[in-house]
Ligand binder design. Structure first.
Ligand code: AMP
Ligand code: MG
Length: 343
């Protein structure tokens, strides 16, 4: 397939809208990560997304809207708590799961009775939706790989697989949207992202955090969010997380003799580490870490490293989103350095 490269100007967004209306798939910029979009109400078009990504068909997609009024035909109920969240956080990096209406194709909901809805703040995405239709779009990476946050990442994964790619520069947030379900008595955070658990609680009160956010699923445990059960966000290199204080971390890292290893670290760590470093931002700047994380994981592969050691990040605020992605990239492989003997 020949992939058309488009800019974010009006004429090119118009071309992308025509491709979507004809049932094609287009990689688009959003404020979280790049998405791979199709007309959400066209099951055949949506199926092409799964094929292009190699995504398991049981992993549902998020439907993107560009005006609140579009939601009423997509869901069966729009409860007060959803209204409050929409008023406070839309447009923005929050996905809300609600009971689905009959017009949502099975391909989008993966056979579930619910649908995930988001109103992105990115102007190019909004314009495209307005000119075409609500868009079903997962991240525009090959299934399992780190999500794309730059044009080059999308090109590397989707050239020859998507009908077109729209250049929107680098993504601002850098990790996928926060996902909350309101399709149950007590709302539950299924995936942390740019809107934090603390912000959600201050808006609507009690929410649960699904176990799968921080832990591997137990045997036979059902994933509330099917996407959480897969190994995810992984570069080709093996990722190993190190949990410890600065001295413990530096001691361990500087004892490693493997010349094919690199370290994902905070900016402040770099001067203390002898192995090649790929910085992911300052220690307490969780937004910067979210912004840089996926690019850093891809860079490790580009530079040809076999192993990547990473610091175990903090779990507060947007830090929880960084933690959630990096433990999956590492396949939950965490070495505790707490109290370990210094080398
Ligand atoms: P992606 O679009 O690649 O960021 O993935 C979307 C995420 O939202 C995946 O983890 C899905 O499992 C999750 N998701 C989408 N729709 C639903 C739904 N109806 N119920 C639960 N999780 C969902
Ligand atoms: Mg994804």
């Amino acid at each position: 397939m020949n992939t058309l490269m488009l800019s974010s100007d009006n004429e090119d967004i118009g071309k992308a809208a025509e491709i979507i209306k004809r049932g094609g798939i287009v990689a688009i910029p959003t404020e979280t990560v790049y998405g791979l979009a199709a007309d959400a109400l066209n099951g055949d078009a949506v199926r092409k997304i799964f094929k292009a990504k190699g995504r398991p068909m049981d992993n549902p997609l998020i439907v993107h809207i560009s005006d609140i009024s579009q939601i009423y035909s997509l869901v069966r109920e729009f409860p007060r708590k959803a209204e409050i969240l929409a008023e406070k956080f839309w447009p923005g990096p929050l996905t809300i799961i609600l009971p689905k209406s009959d017009i949502i194709p099975d391909e989008v909901s993966a056979g579930l009775d619910t649908v995930a809805i988001r109103f992105p703040s990115h102007k190019t995405a909004q314009k495209l939706i307005t000119l075409s239709s609500p868009l079903a779009a997962p991240s525009a990476n090959l299934s399992g790989s780190p999500s794309p946050t730059t044009l080059r990442h999308v090109y590397d994964d989707m050239n020859g697989r998507a009908d077109a790619i729209i250049d929107g520069g680098d993504c601002e947030v850098g990790v996928e949207s926060t996902v909350i379900t309101l399709a149950q008595d007590i709302p539950a955070l299924l995936r942390p992202g740019g809107i934090t658990a603390e912000q959600l609680r201050s808006a609507i009160g009690e929410i649960k955090v699904a176990n799968a956010v921080t832990q591997p699923l137990g045997d036979g445990e059902r994933a509330a969010s099917p996407g959480m059960k897969y190994k995810h966000y992984s570069p080709k290199a093996e990722v190993i997380l190190l949990d410890g204080e600065n001295d413990e971390f530096y001691g361990y890292i500087n004892g490693i003799k493997d010349r094919n290893a690199a370290v994902l670290c905070y900016t402040e760590d770099m001067e203390n580490i002898e192995l090649p470093c790929i910085p992911i931002g300052k220690k307490y700047d969780y937004s910067e870490q979210a912004h840089l994380l996926f690019a850093a994981l891809r860079k490790a592969d580009e530079m040809g490293f076999d192993t990547v050691y990473a610091r175990c990040p903090g779990k507060k605020g947007v830090g929880l989103a960084v933690y959630n992605r990096i433990i999956r990239a590492a396949g939950f492989n965490i070495i505790s350095l707490k109290g370990a003997e210094k080398k």
